[in-house]
Ligand binder design. Sequence first.
Ligand code: CU
Ligand code: ZN
Length: 192
Amino acid sequence: MRIALLAAATVTTLALTACGTTSSPSSSPTSATPVVPTTSTAKQAVAVLASASGSLVSGSVTLTPMGKGLHLTGEVGGLPANGTHAFHIHEKGDCSAADASSAGPHFNPFNAAHGKAGSGAHHAGDMNNLTANADGVAKVDAHIEGVTLGGAAVNDVAGRALIVHAAPDDYASQPAGNAGARVACGIIKVTQ
Ligand code: CU
Ligand code: ZN
């Protein structure tokens, strides 16, 4: 009987080895695509952007839950005329450093690579570039999916930082799109 069991175990091992190149028999469910929470408990937040890195950039952005994410509206001024600027949500709601490095890296609760929102892998905090007009003002009218406002889910952006960069995001370079200095920073504060 003992010999029969050993033989059976050997056959099983061989079978597992044969198909072992594709997946391990005990692959854990945590390696699957994460379930993204969509329920926001807050109705609105505002980020007042103050200059950083010696820039003249400032502004205000209102965030409102909409669909599977948030809608952002507002204005950023003091930019170079007709420039293009990276715009992200960063992990920490701390704009205290002169260069806003205190805000940490891009908000990335699902451990993704940096990229372009809406097309393949990207950080939860990645958004499209802002474009300034001839007066150096960029109108913000953006939608970001996959994040919530309030409720403390893993993808909750309340209390995190909104940042404008000196250069455009190339949507490819790691870890932050080669976007240059942080020229404005504001903490996302729930108002309603
Ligand atoms: Cu950024
Ligand atoms: Zn990113």
